[in-house]
Ligand binder design. Structure first.
Ligand SMILES: Cc1ncc(COP(=O)(O)O)c(C=O)c1O
Length: 415
């Protein structure tokens, strides 16, 4: 029995069956490559579901996390620490407007970051928790007179009860209701339906700037602006879930900046921590003042080690010009994949290093498995869509390796 099979057997014997048994046991990583328990190498084009933004074992994260864990690993919310304050300031500065944010020194430097523009943060530990905070925040602000939250069909906001109530995938939501939230679902991308759904009973509209779990489906041009206008007219809050799209994934710090729309509430997680668990709910403008003392909390939220990792992620994206890199490599990858002529390929969608190869048949799981056999980790995010969300440091040469291999992978599936 191989090392992988032995681990799979132990996993199956001890884990609840909600994930099934994963096909690969990852034992280490370096850059965009990972190795399994039997020493097999893969090019990682999914990055732990859009999380490992700097790839694996990046020196900036290794250094920041090691230093922080040696100083203090945990404080709880009973006490504050500098890393969480610094990270809050950095994120608020990134959200500050059209001007490029001033670059504060890496932590430990003498100078202080600039004072951020309006906005306040709440730290959580995951995407679902960031959205739970956002749900409580909008409920608190809107009060009982506005019980409705508008959300999109095919959206994904997480698996906890509040986040799940907003998730527009009937198959994963239905077994767990009722939720105690009144959610009005609208078809994603239909501005007219959205306008019709938002009214005087509406506390907030929750949207992803592009549907991640439904197959990397970008919002149609003008959709987020229409949502902003509908919210402004009705006095509702606009909550954007950038848990998957944020922190450079699309080639901008945040996807909403490209759309020219400012939310009232923003949620982040995944790529922010570069592999360390972190979630963030940001209230911009008046929404930042929505919680009163005692309204919400988290023992681990703002954990110093996770915050140190996130600061290293932001520093490295800035220092290494990774936003421009993501745009350039993303376009190169999409052009390469789009040039593949094969009956199974319908096209490529997405932005930056957030892409889906759209298939003409429901064979994404087979493509994922064949890619794995060829040494590539990709994700069958939908029956007919294969998601690529690699580390933001993916090189042109690495992108080309996958493009060159895909015809052979598809040929194996066809046969
Ligand atoms: C848009 C979006 N929101 C929320 C979540 C939930 O995040 P987590 O799995 O960290 O709870 C995800 C996870 O895939 C996501 O893509």
């Amino acid at each position: 029995m191989s090392e992988t099979e032995a681990l799979q057997k132990r996993f199956a014997a001890t884990f609840m069956p909600n994930y099934g048994v994963p096909p690969v046991a990852i034992s280490r990583g370096q850059g965009c490559r990972v190795w399994d328990a039997d020493g097999r190498e893969y090019l990682d084009l999914i990055a732990g579901i859009a999380v490992s933004s700097l790839g694996h074992a990046h020196p900036a994260i290794v250094e920041a996390v090691s230093r922080q864990v040696a100083e203090v690993a945990h404080t709880s919310n009973l006490f504050l620490h500098e890393r969480e304050v610094e990270l809050a300031e950095r994120v608020l500065c990134l959200l500050g407007g059209d001007d490029p944010p001033q670059t504060p020194p890496a932590h430990g430097g003498a100078a202080r970051p600039p004072v951020p523009p309006g906005g306040r943060v709440f730290f959580a530990n995951s995407g679902a928790e960031a959205n739970e905070a956002a749900v409580k925040l909008v409920r608190r602000i809107a009060g009982p007179g506005r019980p409705v939250i508008v959300a999109a069909e095919r959206s994904f906001h997480g698996r906890t009860m509040g986040a799940l109530a907003l998730t527009g995938k009937e198959s994963i939501r239905a077994p767990f209701g009722p939720f105690g939230l009144t959610v009005r679902f609208v078809p994603y991308g239909d501005a007219r339906a959205l306008r019709a759904a938002v009214g005087s009973d509406t506390a907030a509209v929750f949207l992803e700037p592009g549907l991640g779990e439904s197959g990397v489906v970008p919002a149609p041009e003008g959709y987020l602006r229409a949502a902003r206008e509908a919210c402004d007219q009705a006095g509702a809050l606009l909550v954007l879930d950038e848990i998957q799209s944020g922190i450079g994934r699309t080639g901008a710090w945040f996807a909403h900046q490209t759309a020219g729309v400012r939310p009232d509430v923003l949620t982040l997680a995944k790529g922010l921590g570069g592999g360390l668990p972190i979630g963030l709910c940001v209230g911009l403008g008046a929404a930042g003042a929505g919680f009163a003392k005692g309204d919400h909390g988290s023992t681990f939220g703002g954990n110093p080690v996770a915050c140190a990792a996130a600061l290293a992620v932001l520093d490295t994206i800035e220092r290494d010009g990774l936003l421009a890199h993501v745009t350039a490599v993303g376009e190169h990858l999409a052009a390469g994949l789009g040039g593949i002529s094969h009956p199974l390929v319908a096209g490529v969608r997405g932005t930056g290093l957030w892409r889906a190869v759209v298939l003409t048949a429901a064979v994404a799981a087979e493509v994922e498995a064949a890619a794995r056999r060829a040494g590539f980790l990709v994700n069958a995010v939908q029956p007919d869509a294969v998601r690529l969300a690699p580390p933001l440091i993916l090189s042109i040469a690495e992108a080309d390796q996958f493009t060159a291999a895909l015809p052979g992978i598809l040929a194996e599936v066809s046969s």
